[in-house]
Unconditional design. Sequence first.
Length: 260
Amino acid sequence: MCKKFGEQVVLDHFDLDIEPARTTVIMGPSGCGKSVTLKHIVGLLKPDAGTVTFDGRRTDMLGERELIPVRLQIGLLFQMSALFDSMTIGENIEFPLLEHTRLTRPERSMQVREALRLVDMDGVEAKLPSQLSGGQRKRVALARAIVLRPRVVLYDEPTTGLDPVRSDGINELIIKLKRTLGMTNVVVTHDIVSARKIADRVVMMLGGRIVASGTFDQIASCRDRRVVNFLEGRYDREEDDEQKLIESTPGLPGVGRAAQ
Ligand SMILES: Nc1ncnc2c1ncn2[C@@H]1O[C@H](COP(=O)(O)OP(=O)(O)OP(=O)(O)O)[C@@H](O)[C@H]1O
Ligand SMILES: [Mg+2]
C-alpha cells in the first residue's frame, strides 16, 4: 500500500502478510504509520495505491455497508480505550451485541459476563468507566473488542501508560486469546518487553515501510543501526535529522516525541 496525507508520504510500498492464529507485533517510532496501517486493515482508511485483502478477498474497494461483515470479524482495541463514559461497563460491552446481533437480553448478559470473565474482570458490569483504573479500563475495552468473538484482534498500544505488572497482565491476555480461542493478534506497541513476550513475529516499520521482520530474537540481532537504536531506546540525533522526526523545540531534541 501507498498512502499520503497531502504531501506527507506515510505508507511507502508498505507490504505485510498477517499469519492466522499468530501474534504479529508492529513496532516503530512515533508517527511512522502504525495506527494508519491498522485503520487500513479495517477499512477506516483507503490506500492511494495497492490493495488490502482479508481471507483472500479484496476489501479496500468495499463501501461502508459491504465492510460490515469484514469488520465483524475484526476486534479493534483503540490507542485510547474509548469507552463510553456515560454508560456502565456492562452497557459498553453489550453495545456491539445490540448493534450486530439479535440475541435476547439474557443471552446478551451472558455474553457480557463471559467477555469480562475472559479478561479477568468479572462482576464489574454496574460500574462506570470513571470508577476503574487505566489498566482495568484497557481490560474492559478488550472485553468489548472481543465480545462478538472476532477472528482477528487489532491492538493499538495496549500496554501504554500501564505499570509493568498491569502491562504483563495484558500480555498474558493477548497470549491467552491466541491459545484458547485461536485468535489472530496484530499488536502495535512501543513496549519492547511486551513484544518479546507475545510476538510470534515482529515487524519493524520505518519511513513508511517494513525494514525488518522476524522473531523477536532475529530482530534484536539485526544490524540495521536504526532498528538497533529503536530497540535499545537510544536517541540518535543524526538518524532523527535524516528522518525529520523531530517537530519539537530546537535545542530540546526528543521533547516533542516524549510528549505524544
Ligand atoms: N487522518 C489523517 N490526516 C492527516 N494526517 C494523518 C492522518 N492520520 C495520520 N496522519 C499522519 O500520518 C502519520 C502517521 O500517523 P500514525 O497515527 O499512523 O502514527 P503512529 O505510528 O501510530 O504513531 P504513534 O506511535 O505516535 O501512535 C503522522 O504524521 C500523522 O500525523
Ligand atoms: Mg499510533
